[in-house]
Design a protein around this ligand. Structure first.
Ligand code: DX5
Ligand code: ZN
Length: 229
């Protein structure tokens, strides 16, 4: 089977109703989400705290498809097995979160999950040059991690460089931060295939009125794919 580089929309539940995660995950999937993106923050690596493996395990039965767990924590390694056991399909660690990202990616794969590596805006594409055969996903942050709803930082050059570096390897390029109908075409054209979007997906909707989620997801997908039409 060929590797799927088509555009995938991954709503970030950071913008969902925290009292209703199960229903929110089911709602965005029913409205067309490809993956569900789960942001874990520790108040140490990033200046915000969300939740940990127990919440991921509670959410898991409500997600039929891919559960994409983005760890904004340091250290990472002591918690990998807990997130794998919670049912994460992808576990993404930040390259800036410690000195041993190579070991961390090995440990994520050993846990049975797919391994992702995330790059803050200040971290160059070349930093993953020796990691590409150990990773299933490179996450390019287009905001400084910690909060939803921030302004998009254009990382097109980094995305293009990564796309060239990846070549035929089965590695996704994910974009996280400030993705909306205006920025989706920019990152898609540069070579991204997984678009995380929090505010731009959840705006205007709720679990009791989820139709706007579908409208938003469709608009982002069409904007991203429009560059090829
Ligand atoms: C930021 C998180 C993102 C965030 C994206 O630290 O990793 O996943 O939720 O939110 P928006 O789409 O609102 O920028
Ligand atoms: Zn994220």
């Amino acid at each position: 089977m060929t590797f799927d580089r088509s555009i995938k929309i991954a709503p970030s539940i950071l913008a969902a109703d925290f009292a209703n995660f199960g229903a929110e995950c089911a709602a965005v999937e029913a409205q067309g989400a490809d993956w569900v993106h789960v942001d874990v923050m520790d108040g140490h690596f990033v200046p915000n705290i969300t939740f940990g493996p127990a919440t991921c395990a509670a959410i898991r039965p409500h997600i039929k498809g891919v559960m994409d767990v983005h760890l904004m924590i340091a250290p990472v390694d002591p918690y990998i097995d807990a997130f794998a056991q919670a049912g994460a399909d992808f576990i993404t660690a930040h390259i800036e979160a410690g000195p041993h990202i190579h070991r961390t990616l090995q440990a994520i794969r050993a846990s049975g999950a797919k391994a992702g590596v995330a790059l803050n805006p200040g971290t160059p594409a070349e930093s993953v040059a020796h990691l590409l055969d150990l990773t299933d996903l490179v996450c390019v942050m287009t905001v400084n991690p910690g909060f939803g709803g921030q302004k998009f930082i254009d990382m097109s050059d980094k995305i293009k460089t990564l796309r060239q570096m990846i070549g035929d390897r089965p590695v996704h390029i994910e974009i996280d931060g400030g993705v909306d109908v205006n920025t989706a075409p920019v990152v898609a054209q540069a070579g991204a295939d997984v678009l995380v979007a929090g505010s731009a997906v959840f705006k205007g909707g709720s679990v009791s009125d989820p139709a706007p989620y579908g409208t938003n997801i469709k608009a982002i997908r069409e904007a991203a794919n429009g560059v090829y039409i």
